[in-house]
Design a binder for this molecule. Structure first.
Ligand SMILES: Nc1ncnc2c1ncn2[C@@H]1O[C@H](COP(=O)(O)OP(=O)(O)OP(=O)(O)O)[C@@H](O)[C@H]1O
Length: 258
């Protein structure tokens, strides 16, 4: 009687993989209009499965044709998202680049690969007191190469004065975002994808939307100094990470990029 509860290991694996797939799709579409299209399709799929189970031949066949024929339409509608999805999967380094580097640290003792978080926060504090706008993106496991190409590449060891001078208002490099990989500034004047999320309060402009955008599309985290208020924001996973003081911010950063 309880035959239907007979769940094998492969069933659990199947459910787990579908859950991971759905999570990635949700992460990709969160805050965009595409999420409504996705929910619409999921709803039609659910109805189709119910009509199939209830053996409602005609309706299930119509919905089946609609869904199978719609695959091509979906590829066209979601062209951008599919591209980003593949990029996200393709650039996810499951073995964690940093832990690998840490393991072979003894081979390159004089070169530090770990981001110096204190330098970052000290630079932001200085920029904050002068109300100088800044947008710093910290690469994690997803490669940001597709973004660095939109700006000027450089290869400079992270340095507080250098960071401050990049964002200095009259500097030719101050516009756009600066990308940090390990302990290096690898690009400046980078154009980030802007978030369309309707939940971002209207007082936040493009700088904040760009920081949220890149943290939605990739696993990068951002430090942002507002030109208007001098406030330092820490952005992660498409949202603001709150912190009580600078020490907590440093701890959070260390945790997230270690
Ligand atoms: N897509 C983008 N990618 C990277 N940087 C961007 C992007 N859009 C805007 N910026 C940066 O943000 C600056 C404009 O910020 P804006 O005033 O619109 O933002 P804000 O969120 O209100 O921040 P602030 O509080 O500093 O004013 C631009 O000069 C540019 O340097």
């Amino acid at each position: 009687m309880l035959d239907f509860i007979d769940i094998s290991f492969l069933d659990i694996l199947d459910i787990l993989l579908v859950a991971i797939l759905l999570y990635y799709i949700y992460k990709l579409l969160k805050g965009t209009v595409a999420i409504n299209i996705f929910l619409g399709i999921a709803f039609i799929f659910l109805i189709w499965k119910i009509t199939e189970a209830l053996k409602m031949e005609m309706l299930s066949r119509i919905l089946g044709y609609l869904l199978s024929g719609g695959v091509i339409a979906l590829i066209i509608v979601f062209q951008q998202e599919i591209r980003k999805f593949l990029l996200m999967i393709g650039t996810t380094n499951f073995s964690s680049k940093r832990s690998f580097l840490n393991q072979i640290k003894f081979l390159k003792s004089e070169i530090s690969s770990e981001t110096n978080v204190t330098i970052l926060v000290e630079a932001c504090k200085k920029l904050s007191t002068t109300k100088t706008g800044a947008l710093i993106v910290l690469e994690r496991t997803n490669s940001l190469d597709f973004l660095t190409n939109t700006g000027d590449t450089m290869n400079a060891l992270l340095n507080e004065v250098l960071l401050e001078s990049i964002f200095y208002k009259n500097s030719p490099l101050h516009d756009g975002a600066t990308i940090i990989r390990d302990n290096y500034i690898v690009a400046t004047r980078v154009i980030l994808p802007v978030s369309n999320s309707a939940t971002i309060p209207s007082r936040f402009g493009l700088r904040h939307r760009a920081a949220i955008g890149v943290s939605e599309k990739t696993d990068a985290v951002c430090l942002l100094v507002s030109e208007e208020t001098g406030e330092i924001s820490y952005i992660k996973d498409g949202g603001f990470e709150l912190y009580a003081d600078y020490n907590e911010l440093i701890d959070k950063l260390r945790n997230d990029i270690a």
